[in-house]
Write a protein that binds this ligand. Structure first.
Ligand code: ADP
Length: 369
């Protein structure tokens, strides 16, 4: 029997055409390193997230071809959302360490980040965006949380973005509440398993940033993937950010994570515009009494200690959650609510920080009953 080798597998793969008609999948750089373990062959195939159906078909063809090689009993081909190194033509990630140039027509890019998931980063991002809109600004939202894109749900948007050119290479953003939005969630089915490695996150983001026909905007809010790993660091480094907002809950653990977030942005010289304390306290709707269930105030003290502006406290509120999770964000659908006032106040501070206070309209007065 012929001994199984990488060369033998490559030889077989070279017979399969690349989806864009440019040579074969090996010469197009779509095949990762091949791992051979006895009779099992495993490797990854780089997929363009916007062409996931084609890639899934290709995945089937490739697996079948590898299984056909004498001596192979198992072939596992994983789709990964990374462009092959030799696939040129459209936008690709900048070389590591290089900060990308700005996005034409978009004045400021502001990241909303958190040290860990579930602290309300996306809820803050959308309501901050809507708060900025309420101040009279032109606003766009980019959902860079590729691990768990939530902007389609939060905006109550379904369907796929329309192509804006004949070749289908560029997309139109979706839009609701007067805010343009793009998300990997519009391109990939929720149940499509995708494996993301650091560089792929960046190339997917680059695509959403540069291959979407955004209208001019004063500010684009970027909902970052949670955490402070390599992917987040690269993103912070390679996106031309005006600044970052860090969302934390009052719990100590979340604050430790928030400190990591702060350190990450400082490392790549992105100004931290401030910290938002989410789920800060709870006001009982029956008795009106305030309950500091998570030990409120930690983020404010921490912000002072770290010399970062404290942007505000957002209470835990069932209305925020219900509206958020049903695609009716509170700032757009209950603009007179106390919560909307808090988000608008945060928005005003963020805009002032990036723009030096040049508001299109004076900020509304905030009053608490
Ligand atoms: P992250 O983006 O950090 O993972 P999300 O914004 O998705 O967090 O929020 C996680 C959950 O908490 C969601 O169900 C959201 O509706 C809810 N949530 C966020 N902020 C609040 C708040 N201030 N009050 C009540 N629920 C909230």
């Amino acid at each position: 029997m012929v001994e199984l080798s990488k060369e033998r597998v490559l030889e077989e793969l070279k017979r399969i055409a690349a989806p864009d008609g440019r040579g074969n999948i090996v010469s197009a750089g779509l095949v990762s390193d091949i791992i051979i373990d006895g009779a099992a062959v495993t490797f990854a195939l780089s997929a363009d997230p916007s062409r996931i159906k084609t890639m899934e078909q290709l995945q089937g063809v490739v697996e079948k071809a590898v299984r056909g090689i004498p001596g192979v009993t198992r072939a596992t081909v994983a789709l990964t959302a990374e462009r092959g190194p030799s696939r040129g033509g459209s936008a690709s990630a900048a070389p590591a360490g290089a900060r990308q140039t700005g996005i034409p027509g978009i004045k400021h890019l502001v990241a909303v980040a958190s040290g860990k998931g579930g602290v309300g980063k996306s809820t803050t991002a959308i309501n901050l965006a809507l708060g900025l809109k309420a101040l009279g600004l032109k606003v766009a939202v980019l959902d860079a949380d590729v691990y768990g894109p939530s902007m389609p749900k939060l905006f109550g948007l379904t369907g796929r973005p329309l192509a804006s050119d004949k070749a289908g290479k560029r997309m139109k953003p979706m839009s609701r509440f007067g805010v343009e939005v793009s998300s990997i969630g519009f391109l990939v089915d929720e149940d499509t398993p995708m494996i993301w490695r650091g560089p792929m996150v960046m190339s997917a983001l680059t695509q959403l940033l540069r291959e979407v026909d955004w209208s001019d905007a004063d500010i684009m809010i970027i909902d970052m993937p949670p955490g402070t790993g390599d992917a987040q660091l690269t993103l912070a480094q390679q996106t031309p950010l005006s600044g970052a907002v860090i969302v934390s809950t009052p719990q100590d653990l979340a604050l430790i994570d928030a400190r990591k977030g702060l350190a990450m942005f400082r490392k790549v010289s992105v100004p931290v515009l401030g910290i938002v304390e989410n789920m800060s306290y709870f006001v009982c709707s029956k008795c009106g009494e305030r309950h500091d269930i998570f030990g409120h105030g930690g983020a404010k003290a921490e912000a002072e200690r770290l010399d970062v502006p404290f942007l505000g406290e957002v209470p835990l509120d069932i209305d925020v959650r219900i509206r958020s999770d049903s695609g009716e964000p509170i700032v757009a659908t209950a603009p007179e609510s106390r919560h909307a006032a808090i988000y608008k106040d945060i928005a005003r501070q963020v805009w002032a920080a990036v723009e030096g206070g040049n508001l299109a309209r004076p900020a509304p007065k905030i009053s608490f009953e």
